[in-house]
Design a protein around this ligand. Structure first.
Ligand code: NAD
Ligand code: IPM
Ligand code: MN
Length: 330
């Protein structure tokens, strides 16, 4: 039996995890829960306890809800460090962030273990604080390959987003994309966009966008914008994949401290992350499609407050399970 390491995390994380666990059970997927994030810092002094990392390494896939505690902001040890460490340790360099709505079908392929997030950072003797952005050619090549391959099985168009008019690393990024497009992926129509105007394009003409490949920080920001134009963060799921080993499946949203504890968080992003887990993590494409359909249907009947409705987190879970029961595949 497959085993999923479940990391509920902080804030609304455990609330949306409860619904995900009901769905994993419905599909007969085994799972174990592990401490991670702010709660793990408070209990054990570290956001990624070694037992949690070991369980993730051994699992077939990792399902992670959200981390972040307001009381730990600015502290030397923060929940976000655990998330970055988990991604790095598991080598999940390709973060797939789909954003779909009527007439819109965007796939952002975000580089996840390099760039500004992982470059040297610190405080110089003169008191200046710094972060550095670094990319090596192999790091760009492997994420570019993912971008081209995903574009090839989608609409055949790939937009590479960079800031080549200012950043040195973007020069490498654009050169690698251009070379690989010509020599290895002539069947994919490649174009390049600068990140500032591309952010505007996501807002003004999202239906013109197909597959996007970009570096870590740009992908973080652009994926929240893409979520905003397709129904909000309550709906946006993601899959983080390496070349081998378990993938990490998590919503794009965070721990949403302002609505935590009220039972009103939208679990759809988490449940769609379970669908991505079934597809990419466990190779269960039919079950993934059935769950996607069930979530779409549930949101029509049981919209949460972020969608203008009054349904609770567990109402959505109930509606998803009902839709799955009446679907032919389960
Ligand atoms: P956030 O994503 O937690 O919330 C942004 C907005 O979206 C808020 O208005 C929130 O109420 C709403 N929202 C988010 N998820 C929702 C859901 N499922 N249903 C309904 N509404 C939802 O971002 P933030 O407030 O900037 O960050 C809060 C904390 O989360 C920070 O500590 C941050 O570091 C952390 N964070 C963690 C992750 C992660 O675990 N992957 C991702 C993003 C942010
Ligand atoms: C995300 C989050 C994380 C990121 C934070 C919490 C470290 O915003 O997954 O989008 O920036 O990658
Ligand atoms: Mn983010």
């Amino acid at each position: 039996m497959s085993d999923v390491a479940v990391l509920p995390g902080d804030g609304i994380g455990p609330e949306v995890t409860a619904e995900a666990v009901r769905v994993l059970d419905a599909f007969g997927v085994g799972h174990t829960e592990h401490p991670f994030g702010g709660n793990a810092i408070l209990a054990q002094g570290t956001p990624l306890p070694s037992e949690t990392l070991a369980a993730c390494r051994e699992a077939d896939a990792v399902l992670l809800a959200a981390i972040g505690l307001p009381e730990l902001e600015g502290k030397p040890v923060r929940p976000e460090q655990g998330l970055l460490a988990l991604r790095k340790e598991l080598g999940v360099y390709a973060n797939l962030r789909p954003a779909r709505a009527d007439g819109i079908d965007i796939m952002i392929v975000r580089e996840l273990v390099g760039g500004l997030y992982f470059g040297e950072k610190g405080i110089r003797e003169d008191g200046t604080w710094f972060d550095t952005c670094e990319y090596s050619r192999p790091e760009v090549e492997r994420i570019a390959r993912r971008g081209f391959e995903i574009a090839g099985v989608r609409g055949g168009r790939l937009t590479s987003v960079d800031k080549v008019n200012v950043m040195h690393t973007s020069r490498l990024w654009r050169d690698v994309l251009t070379e690989m497009g010509t020599s290895l992926y002539p069947g994919v129509a490649l174009d390049h966009a600068l990140v500032d105007s591309f952010a505007m394009t996501i807002v003004q003409a999202p239906e013109t966008i197909d597959t996007v490949v970009t570096e870590n920080m740009f992908g973080d920001i652009l994926s929240d914008i893409a979520a905003a134009v397709t129904g909000g963060l309550g709906l946006a799921a993601s899959a983080s994949l390496g070349d081998d080993g378990p993938g990490v499946f998590e919503p794009v949203h965070g721990s949403a401290p302002l609505i935590a504890g009220r039972g009103i968080a939208n679990p759809a992003a988490m449940l769609r992350s379970v669908a991505l887990l079934l597809l990419h993590g466990l190779g269960r494409a039919d079950d993934a499609a059935a769950l996607e359909r069930a979530v779409d249907e549930a949101l029509v009947h049981a919209p949460t407050p972020d969608l203008g409705g009054t349904s609770t987190t567990s109402d959505v879970g109930d509606a998803v399970l009902r839709a799955l029961e009446s679907a032919p595949t389960l």
